[in-house]
Design a binder for this molecule. Sequence first.
Ligand code: IMP
Length: 423
Amino acid sequence: MSVDLLLGLQWGDEGKGKIVDVLTQDYDIIARFQGGPNAGHTLQFDGVSHVLHTIPSGIFHPKAVNIIGNGVVIDPVIFQKELEKLTPFGVDFSNKLFISKKAHLILPTHRLLDAASEAAKGKAKIGSTLKGIGPTYMDKTGRNGIRVGDILLEDWKDRYQQLRDKHLNMLSHYKNIIDFDLDELESAFFESIEQLRGLKLIDSENYLHQALKDKKKILAEGAQGSLLDIDFGTYPFVTSSTTTAAGACTGLGIAPNVVGEVYGIFKAYATRVGSGPFPTELFDEIGETMGRVGHEFGATTGRARRCGWIDLVALRYAIRVNGVTQLMMMKGDVLSGFPTINVCTHYQTADGKIDHLPFSIAPKDVTPVYETLPGWEEDLTKMTDEAAFPKNFKDYINYLENALETPIKIVSVGPDRKQTIFR
Ligand code: IMP
């Protein structure tokens, strides 16, 4: 048996939550492998929209087991709120939500350090979600972090205090003083730690190894997108984890040779939230329309997302880095009504026209080269079958499939579970 991966191929917000939710019926286990509450995975069904940050997107299915892997960073306060939001929907997570003891904890002072670091960067800020993600992964790789399993140890508060004091010392070196009430933050933190202690804390890699032996079907759910990957993204405007396929191995403890299908999700256009280069970004009415029609506002921060045309150079790169075997195209419906659609096929650089992602994609280094395709007028949101698609939309899908040399297996035409067309 193998582990299938589901990854975002752009700058996040591709619609991973929806697709995991749709695919969960075919899987026994859904496992998150990186990121933390910076993610906002939106699921919509029965007229209700749910946003998950840390909890895997299989939680609403009655049978699937959901695992938060060792590669994830957990803010217990946000996690507690997320769990509370599940209660009115009758979700009993007690026997189907397991958390790796090796996952790292986001402390209140990690969040403060994130805020201080961003403020100090001024114009060069990353545009972080300010959830403490960067500082927590820094403590992980710096071998100072606190893991979920540590909260079961007798001296856990000493460990906490040691790290907190180190953080307070670091904060005192920042020129921009951040206002905070640590007592208040700590009181919420310790209350949520008590709740976390009562959940199923496990050696998740061992659980997954056994599940593989028992021939269970496992889906690894990525967060953010390939272009935000710490190594392969648009550094330094990236997140602090491995968002690409390799992250599923390190973030769950699974070997590369058990990876089966790699599902790559992309939007029919492109969006980015936060700072950093975005070659196909639109600053005109077309970009505004995409944002309005596509409701392009961050599920975690509410910030307006920057919008632009699809970038095949970046997508090809993401497909290669991840070994994508099947594509899923989201939000094709948002492009209805544009007379023509631009597709970025190459970048013009000082060294000529290239079709691979270079070291820098800053505006001074690359200019997008477009091919223009005809648009379509029809509303796609009520279509339930590929046969109903207008010719120009079908041509758009075929064009992308050919250019990306990978089959597009799912086309999503709206946020609801039902608005999903399998090809
Ligand atoms: P951080 O991960 O909060 O430190 O943010 C780093 C960068 O990644 C910022 O540009 C964020 O806007 C972006 N980012 C982080 N998480 C997400 C996400 O789930 N979707 C889209 N962008 C994200």
